[in-house]
Write a protein that binds this ligand. Structure first.
Ligand SMILES: [Zn+2]
Length: 380
């Protein structure tokens, strides 16, 4: 009966409406604030380097709905033109198009023109940059896939964004003279930035004691230690522990990749070319190495990796760019170097990102990848 009713219902629809019902995709739109919140959940901006400029960089006046999210590695003026033609409502530019402070917004420089064009056409700009380098499912993870089967660990692991408890230090001490307990506790409570102050009855060496524990900041620690020193007869067995931020698994800058099976350098070059879809890459052979030398361990960093790769023991460094002298240093240490130009080691991630975000955002919006975004350098 239900089927019959729905058929009758369809028959009475105007033909044009029935067609659009079948043809139009189910995607709708998301409010910009909700979308930015989802993007921040997908990759926490707290994982970005402290020097970086990440997040929502350009915001049209609210409310702003996003139906089309446009992905690019670099937001050049040519790419902005493409984004406008494709009716983007938000541009996700991996590299932040605004990095240094802008003191004016005029038509004089291309970065300023990007802001003007974005706001005039009501297009937001969001940049995740090094947050995407750090996440387990991010740019470096994608680059490592080009090496073949391997286990990877971050070269510089990320730490959890906050301490597990308030404060940076944990202090514990015992007091045997309970008549002074109230005085000491009262003095401690007056120190700012003290938390989790707890007293517990304890017995040590046959004596009734009170075990006091607290958390505090570095600044408060100095005052706590000074107070305890003044009352040196009152306490003993003082312990001070640094509260470490826990390391996040599989998260951080660069990757150290141990291949399941060692592979010749020449074979690895072909794998990397295939993964990055490049006809040419640059290779510096490590001292004493040949194209037939076996590679077991490769250290990589998407983009400009020298600061992360420096001093790492490996058979190979893979990154976008390194200076002449940094390459000489690596080669002298017997480490071969493959350079692919900066953004060539990043851009291919956008296709994976498109699929991941489509699923993550439950297909609510249209997500497209720029076709004009490219590395400015070509081998001719
Ligand atoms: Zn980069």
């Amino acid at each position: 009966m239900c089927m019959l009713l729905s058929c009758v219902h369809l028959i009475h629809q105007p033909l044009r409406r029935i067609q659009s019902w079948f043809v139009l995709p189910s995607r709708s739109f998301m409010d910009l604030k909700a979308l930015v919140s989802s993007l921040n959940d997908f990759a926490s901006l707290s994982l970005a380097e402290s020097w970086d400029n990440v997040g929502l960089l350009v915001e049209p006046s609210p409310p702003h709905s996003v139906s089309t999210l446009f992905l690019t590695n670099d937001l050049t003026e040519e790419v902005m033109q493409e984004a406008l033609q494709k009716k983007a409502d938000l541009i996700l530019s991996y590299h932040p198009p605004i990095f240094r402070a802008l003191k004016r917004i005029t038509w004089n420089t291309w970065k300023e023109r990007l802001v003007i064009r974005a706001l005039e056409h009501r297009v937001g700009i969001y940049s995740p940059h090094t947050a995407y380098d750090a996440i387990p499912h991010g740019v470096n993870n994608w680059l490592a896939k080009g090496l073949g089967a391997c286990t990877t660990i971050p070269l510089r692991p990320s730490m959890a964004p906050s301490y597990p408890t308030e404060g940076t230090h944990h202090v514990e001490f015992s007091m045997g003279h309970t008549e002074h307990l109230e005085t000491v506790i009262s003095s401690i409570q007056k120190i700012p930035e003290i938390s989790s102050l707890i007293t517990v009855p304890a017995r040590a060496e046959g004596e009734e004691q009170t075990r006091v524990s607290l958390n505090c900041t570095q600044k408060a620690l100095l005052e706590v230690v000074a107070l305890l020193s003044q009352n040196s007869l009152l306490y003993h067995k003082t312990e001070i522990m640094l509260l470490q931020k826990p390391l996040l698994p599989y998260t951080g800058m660069g990757r150290l990749c141990t291949l399941s099976e060692p592979v010749s350098l020449s074979d690895l070059v072909e794998r990397i070319k295939s993964h990055l879809k490049l006809p040419h890459i640059r290779l510096a052979l490590g001292m004493g190495k040949t194209l037939e030398s076996q590679v077991k361990v490769a250290a990589l960093c998407a983009g400009s990796g020298s600061s992360i790769l420096q001093g790492v023991e490996a058979d190979l460094y893979l990154t976008g760019e390194m200076s002449h002298h940094e390459v000489l240093d690596a080669v002298a240490n017997g480490i071969s170097v493959i350079l692919c130009e900066h953004s060539n080691t990043e851009r291919g991630f956008l296709s994976e990102l498109q699929d991941m975000l489509t699923t993550y955002l439950e297909n609510k919006i249209n997500i497209i990848v720029s076709e004009r975004d490219r590395d400015p350098l070509h081998v001719v």
